[in-house]
Design a protein around this ligand. Structure first.
Ligand code: FAD
Length: 381
């Protein structure tokens, strides 16, 4: 087993870290205050090919795979989890096209996504179907050779900014049959609805996407007819949980760095609080959580890049790292004393961002369902 990143991966990390510290960091508080990620920052990420990373070279991408994507998301989340979230769900919108798209769909949709000319998202969740997507009520009615979609998707990242929406619907004439479609915001009857005000990940665009008699041509059916759940959920299962692990890794690193800095600077009774064992023990736990999360995340990403099955490994990584991000951000706040809960210090933002990372791409309970089922089978004898 080789735990070293390749030279190319280290270079990519350096490029992402430079972008995060030079371009993103000076604007992180502005993103938070305005609850908006400025479009020019997305364009800057596109110019650095961060959006193209998993798109195959044949369609204008870098074809670098999921370890590379995780590196970029981690580095960006270290400075702005909201900006990382935009990339995370953008990746979720393109994955089903890369894996299940027809040649024509790939040629049409992937090149403008690779350059950032267009942005993507995935719209699965509804008020009646989150953890259980089969509970959704968006229906697709066959209309000659085309389809007409009606329904309301909720909690969708990139709801306003996306141009291309991979959407899950059930068939009007058979509630047990699901299909996934590629919708475009330029199609009549496809529009963003309410934008949510969130406790964390401010600046990440979260809201509704409404389908009102939206006509989708037959050629925009994604994957085999009736394979909708598989198409949508396989993207969320691996790529979605990888991305949320990346968001958590960035928050873990940022929380630990902020805690160490504060502990060395804050002097009580003539000594920095970093000399206190209670503070050292918290820092030690934070360090262990960061390292364990990183190993779990990059192990799963390496398996994905080797083409191995890794859904359980991503469930473990997502569960552990997102829960760890909450623990570690809370420790960081505590080490800061009262300052930790003041807007002047970023650690309160890390805690709010970490908390909201838990339901995204599947709650911790759903990860436990997956892990529990696997362990009960795997260790039965
Ligand atoms: C910031 C953010 C961004 C998001 N972005 C997107 C997006 O881009 N696209 C998209 O489609 N969705 C998105 N989501 C939605 C997300 O996928 C759902 O929130 C998630 O699947 C949980 O669904 P729910 O919120 O309806 O909770 P529910 O499913 O209603 O769950 C409520 C509670 O019940 C528990 N629970 C439910 N079922 C089980 C079970 N079988 N066993 C044990 N416990 C269970 C859950 O763990 C939770 O505690 C986003 C969510 C957030 C917070």
């Amino acid at each position: 087993m080789d735990f070293k990143f390749s030279e190319d991966q280290e270079m990519l990390r350096k490029a992402a870290r430079e972008f995060a510290s030079d371009v993103l960091a000076p604007r992180a508080e502005e993103i938070e205050a305005n609850d908006e990620l400025p479009r020019e920052l997305i364009e800057e990420m596109a110019a650095r090919d961060f959006l193209a990373v998993t798109i195959p070279e044949a369609y204008g991408g870098l074809g670098l795979g999921h370890t590379a994507r995780l590196i970029i998301i981690e580095e960006i989340a270290r400075v702005s989890a909201a900006a990382a979230m935009m990339l995370q769900v953008f990746g979720l919108g393109i994955e089903p096209i890369v894996v299940f798209g027809t040649e024509e769909q790939k040629q049409r949709y992937l090149p403008p996504l690779a350059t950032g000319e267009k942005l993507a998202t995935i719209a699965v969740t509804e008020a009646t179907g989150g953890s259980d997507p089969s509970g959704i009520e968006t229906v697709a009615q066959k209309d000659g050779s085309d389809f007409t979609l009606n329904g309301r998707k909720v909690f969708i990242t990139n709801a306003k900014v996306s141009d291309i929406v991979v959407v899950l619907a059930k068939m009007a004439d058979d509630e047990k049959t699901f299909n996934t479609f590629i919708a475009e915001k330029t199609m009549e009857g496809c529009r963003p609805g309410r934008t949510e005000k969130k406790m964390g990940l401010r600046g990440s665009d979260t809201g509704e996407i409404i389908f009102n008699n939206c006509r989708i041509p037959q050629e925009n059916l994604l994957g085999e007819p009736g394979a909708g759940l598989k198409v949508a959920l396989s993207a969320i299962g691996d790529v979605g949980r990888a991305g949320m692990t990346g968001v958590a890794l960035g928050l873990l690193q940022a929380s630990l760095e902020a805690a160490v800095k504060f502990a060395n600077q804050r002097v009580l009774g003539g000594r920095p609080i970093s000399k206190l064992q209670s503070v050292q023990f918290k820092i030690a736990e934070m360090y262990a959580d960061l390292e364990a999360s990183r190993l779990l995340g990059y192990r799963a990403a390496a398996m994905k890049d080797r083409g191995e099955r890794c859904d359980v490994e991503f469930a473990i990584a997502k569960y552990f790292s997102c829960e760890a991000a909450v623990r570690v951000a809370k420790h960081a706040c505590d080490i800061h004393g009262a300052y930790g809960y003041m807007e002047e210090y970023p650690v309160q933002r890390y805690l709010r961002d970490a908390l909201i990372s838990i339901p995204s791409a599947g709650t911790s309970d759903i990860m436990k369902v997956i892990m529990g089922k696997t362990a009960l089978k795997k260790f039965a004898d």
